[in-house]
Design a protein around this ligand. Structure first.
Ligand code: SF4
Length: 222
């Protein structure tokens, strides 16, 4: 019974390859303001912000980095203070010991291998200590050169509800999305899903009646 319901729903909305462009167009119209919520003024600040954002909110990170970036301006600055001092300065973002270790390791590698600059290639970003795929994808996209598609909890939930993937693993979801999302939209696409996920397709209570995608979504409840 459940299976035939899913089948009918998928049949009603049509194949994902035909739905993806109208989905993106409607989301762009609906969330014209969709963008990264972290505040930064340079590639280095972007990288640090994204590293600090693990397991906490962007609002919390912005609160901490407002002071942090006034004090730490170059990769060297993160290495010239003691571990204790950096830990104290980022304490409020949580997991401060691990984050301090990752940030210091990353700054060291930036200085030793990248002339103190933040690399733009995904494979180079992934070599930085403590920089996982999601962080690398966010940084590359915000620097204007997306080489993948960021998959966070919202992107995962919405991709599944919209029938764009049947996978649960973020790497496999990313692969499915890369096959159908036009390359020039790889950077904006996650922001659109994240904002739609926060405002409309909420985890526990999706607002399908108010959703601009309800004619294109096999999970629509209306
Ligand atoms: S129709 Fe409902 S389930 Fe589908 S994307 Fe919109 S809010 Fe989410």
């Amino acid at each position: 019974m459940a299976r035939s319901y899913v089948y009918e729903a998928r049949k009603r909305v049509g194949p994902k390859r035909e739905r993806i462009r109208p989905i993106i167009a409607r989301l762009k119209a609906e969330h014209a303001d969709a963008a990264i919520a972290l505040r930064f003024r340079s590639p280095l600040e972007l990288l640090v912000s994204v590293m600090l954002s693990a397991q906490t909110t962007d609002v919390n990170v912005n609160r901490v980095t407002e002071r942090l970036f006034a004090k730490y301006r170059r990769p060297e600055d993160y290495l010239e203070v003691s571990v204790d001092e950096l830990e104290r300065d980022i304490y409020q973002t949580g997991f401060f010991r691990q984050k301090t270790k990752s940030i210091r390791g990353t700054m060291k590698m930036l200085l030793e291998e990248f002339d103190g600059d933040v690399p733009r290639r995904l494979d180079e970003l992934l070599r930085l200590p403590g920089v996982a795929r999601k962080t690398a994808n966010v940084v590359a996209a915000e620097l204007g050169e997306p080489q993948g598609i960021v998959v966070d909890t919202h992107v995962r939930r919405l991709s599944q509800r919209l029938g764009l993937t049947r996978q649960d693993d973020p790497v496999k979801i990313e692969r499915d999305l890369q096959r159908i999302v036009p390359r020039h939209d790889w950077g904006i696409f996650p922001h659109l899903l994240i904002w739609h996920g926060r405002r409309v397709c909420i985890a526990r209570s999706p607002q399908c009646a108010q959703c601009v995608l309800n004619q294109l979504c096999p999970s629509s409840r209306v």
